[in-house]
Design a protein around this ligand. Structure first.
Ligand code: FE2
Length: 309
């Protein structure tokens, strides 16, 4: 076979100066990564969610990213991340009083704008004997009307086409340390981020069963903004880097929070990954709060550009 490649970029967090907050450095970093991705001449690009800074609040941010990806000289296949829709569902708040986790849970009104801009929320296709399947995992356990449709689609993938490799893409990490780790406690400061970045049972097990039944060889995710690889039951799990900003640099001894994206070379021997670091990191200064600010902390009067939306 003729060797070919695909790229995985995630957590690009492209924002807008019309927002209550804006980090021009993250937009510039994405443009640097975008140029490097084009130079690597992949057949296709996978984008693992958190495409926008606040896509769940500003549809115009999603539209801008969609236009940018559509202008690439190869197709980009996209899933939503929690900042594009809403977070993993919870009935109880975490320990940070400035963060209302229950209210941040994903809702149908978050999913609709994303789907209206990017198309189907979950998808599967085959390219040159590699099958690619992807979904926004925040929907698992959400109890939204869309959740039932999601599981129906997920379970139906067992009957999908077989290919030499099956690459799955989701936004969150399926697990943090071990496939069989217990669910992490959202209420404890020392385990809050493990809860936030991973998938709880029983959904973790159901997803893993589906991965195995569909011949998964590689599962890609983002969300953590720190690169870390695991292997479980013969499947490689790659938590891949953000292009925008780093997080959780000390969680794993072998984690790496360098910014960049992943290139995957497909040859007769298999699929081999290469981390491609950003050629340069922007130092541009922006404005506004980080994290998940409460609605009253969103001050649009400080925006650099006026917006009617
Ligand atoms: Fe992110």
């Amino acid at each position: 076979m003729k060797p070919w490649s695909f790229c995985h970029a995630t957590d690009i967090h492209v924002g807008s100066p019309r927002s209550f907050r804006f980090a021009p450095a993250w937009n510039e970093n994405w443009q640097t990564a975008r140029k490097q991705i084009i130079e690597s001449r992949p057949d296709l690009l996978l984008v693992g969610g958190d495409v926008a800074r606040d896509g769940n609040l500003h549809r115009y941010e999603l539209v801008a990213v969609k236009d940018d990806l559509d202008a690439l000289p190869f197709p980009a296949h996209v899933i939503a991340g929690n900042m594009d829709t809403g977070n993993k569902h919870t009935d109880v708040d975490g320990p940070n009083p400035a963060r209302n986790d229950v209210a941040l849970s994903i809702r149908s009104e978050h999913l609709e704008p994303f789907a209206s801009v990017f198309g189907p929320l979950w998808w599967s296709f085959v390219h040159k004997d590699v099958r690619f399947s992807a979904f926004p995992d925040m929907i698992a356990g959400s109890r939204l009307p869309e959740e039932e449709a999601f599981w129906e689609w997920f379970d139906a993938q067992r009957k999908g086409p077989r290919a030499r490799h099956h690459v799955w893409m989701m936004h969150s990490a399926l697990f943090i340390d071990d496939l069989h780790e217990p669910n992490w406690d959202i209420t404890k400061p020392e385990t809050y981020y493990e809860w936030y970045f991973g998938i709880d049972e029983p959904h973790r097990n159901r997803l893993m069963d589906g991965f195995k039944a569909t011949g998964a060889t590689l599962v890609l995710s983002g969300h953590v903004h720190c690169r870390k690889q695991h292997r479980a039951d013969g499947i490689d799990f790659h938590i891949n880097p953000s292009t925008a900003f780093s997080q959780w640099p000390k969680r794993w001894p072998d984690g790496n929070d360098s910014l960049g994206f992943m290139k995957y070379d497909v040859t007769d021997k298999g699929i081999k990954e290469t981390f491609v670091p950003l050629e340069r990191k922007s130092r541009k200064k922006g404005y506004g709060p980080g994290g998940h600010p409460l609605p009253e902390a969103r001050d649009y009067s400080i925006a650099w550009e006026k917006s009617d939306e």
